[in-house]
Design a protein around this ligand. Structure first.
Ligand code: NAD
Length: 499
């Protein structure tokens, strides 16, 4: 029996709340329930929103110099202690330690980007737009904002948003996934240590009840959501209907095209890394490999050769690939492999038979390669979110492009080729937000923006980079004249600048 309960962080301290509802948190490598996470009631959610609202006026007026000092301190502490955070991620998510550390480092890059906020927030100024009339623009914070994040990146995805929201003068309520809730609390404690005033960063543990309150409560001015497509669509529709600014990033089905002239060893390495890294539980994972013009047999052979060497097991034991996040998710992913087989695809490598280096009750599924997949099969149409790589064979570049552009998702994609002209065509013609050329997981750097197209993102603003700054601020333009004796007296005409 476990008694540990993971609760909320509100107004600079741990907050138990009134709800008695909880959900189990498991270690996916052992199957053991390690804690219960509190699931916030509407009342608890309001307490977090109130704390963020109360902290907002003072934080928005805190100087950029002071904000930057706190951001730098947070970055230093994070950099120093990230192995602790990686361990927490591995214990609740299951991904191997190296990968967890990589996730934290990518999140840290957004913190580093946000440290440059004085430069990023500079407005424009025009002197003498009309005689002795000056015009200037500024960007101001929008108020308390909420971030709602998925299980697969419990540290990085929240860090796509909160460093920038905080740097631009907003206060934040983060609602992490109930499957791996501890990383958010660890980060909240780090903020407190870095000197962030109480109430600027709050963590609310919860499920749909708390999300619905965040979406409808007038105290929250903007929502950054990341998760599956149906929930992203719901969050976008509900949040915008309640007058909020919303960016809602959804699911994915990422294609990797291999042209006949590609270096097949490079392509095979890339397909294995991008297909099975983090057990395929990445929104940028490659799940559909598109072999063009007869390279299929050789490519699948090379992929199998490599995928067979992957050591699946407990993420703390130096394995290459960890378990899936829950038993339910593991079984769902395995059921797609069954469906692919029943639909007539070839199971070229079968992860259902894996012998893991981990607990007998862990949520294991080894690397799986399904060949001869066609676009009507559920292994292709659905986002599986597991270590399952489907291989589709097409005749030409045009067929590959048509396949990708008819897919409802448009998060990431990659092309492998040695032909610069073909790559140039692909980057121009493909209807996907993030494109890799001989790079299988083209996650943009913090100073660019992350976001997909079509059903992979609802809203019009991508995460971090310039678009992140824009999302968390409102523009204001000031037109200014200091009166002197030559002012024009009464004039009811529309202001124009012809003098
Ligand atoms: P999910 O949609 O189940 O959950 C995401 C968040 O929404 C969680 O905080 C969860 O508590 C909340 N939620 C779940 N059901 C809800 C409901 N009915 N009403 C209100 N809130 C609800 O997603 P997940 O399983 O945690 O994460 C995996 C998904 O996230 C995949 O589809 C993956 O592609 C996607 N993802 C996308 C990106 C991206 O950048 N586009 C990044 C990471 C993950």
């Amino acid at each position: 029996m476990t008694t540990k309960t993971i609760s909320h962080w509100v107004d600079g301290k741990s907050f138990v709340g009134t709800s008695t509802k909880t959900a189990p948190v498991t270690n996916p490598a052992t199957g053991e329930v390690t804690a219960q996470v509190a699931l916030a009631s509407v009342e608890d959610t309001r307490a977090a929103i109130d704390a963020a609202a109360a902290a907002f006026p003072a934080w928005r007026d805190t100087s950029l110099a002071k904000r930057v000092q706190i951001l730098f301190k947070f970055r230093e502490l994070l950099n120093e202690r990230k192995p602790e955070l990686a361990k927490i991620i591995t214990s609740e998510h299951g991904k191997v330690l190296d990968d967890a550390l990589g996730e934290v480092t990518r999140g840290q890059e957004v913190v580093e980007f946000a440290c440059g906020i004085p430069h990023l927030l500079k407005g424009g100024m025009t002197e003498n737009a009309s005689t002795k009339v000056d015009v200037f623009s500024i960007r101001q914070p929008i108020g308390p904002v909420a971030a709602i994040s998925p299980f697969n990146f419990p540290a990085m995805v929240p860090m796509w948003f909160f460093p920038i929201a905080i740097a631009t003068g907003n206060t934040v309520v983060l609602k992490p996934s109930e499957k791996d809730p501890s990383a958010a609390i660890w980060m909240a404690e780090l903020w407190a240590e870095a000197g962030l005033p109480a109430g600027v960063f709050n963590v609310l543990q919860g499920d749909k009840t708390s999300v619905d309150e965040l979406l409808t409560n007038s105290g929250i001015k903007a929502i950054s959501f990341v998760g599956s497509t149906p929930i992203a669509q719901y969050v976008y529709n509900t949040g915008t209907a309640h007058g909020k600014r919303v960016q809602a990033l959804g699911g994915a089905k990422n294609h990797m095209v291999v042209l006949p002239d590609a270096d097949l060893d490079l392509a095979a390495d890339a397909a294995v890394n991008a297909g099975f890294g983090s057990a395929g539980e990445r929104c940028m994972a490659i799940s559909a490999l598109v072999a063009v013009g007869g390279v299929g047999d050789e490519l699948v052979a090379k992929i199998n050769e490599r995928a067979k060497t992957i050591k699946t097991g407990d993420g703390t034991k130096g394995c290459d690939m960890g378990p899936l996040v829950t038993k339910q998710h593991r079984d769902k992913v395995a059921s797609y492999v069954d469906a692919g087989e029943a639909d007539g695809a070839t199971i070229a490598l079968d992860g259902r038979q894996v012998q893991p280096d981990g607990g007998e009750n862990g949520f294991w599924l080894g690397p799986t390669v399904i060949d001869n997949v066609t676009p009507d099969m559920s292994v292709y149409t659905d986002e599986i979110f597991g270590p399952v790589l489907s291989v589709l064979r097409v005749e030409s570049y045009d067929d590959a492009l048509e396949l990708i552009n008819s897919n409802p998702y448009g998060n990431g994609t990659a092309i492998f080729t040695n032909d610069g002209g073909a790559a140039r065509r692909f980057q121009n013609e493909v209807e996907v937000g993030m494109v890799g050329i001989n790079v299988p997981i083209p996650v943009p750097m913090a100073y660019y923006s992350f976001g997909g197209w079509k059903s992979s993102l609802f809203g019009d603003t991508h995460a971090h980079g310039a678009e992140g700054i824009h999302f968390f601020t409102r523009g204001k333009v000031i037109t200014e004249r200091w009166l002197d004796p030559s002012h024009g007296g009464l004039n009811l005409g529309f202001p124009q600048s012809h003098h």
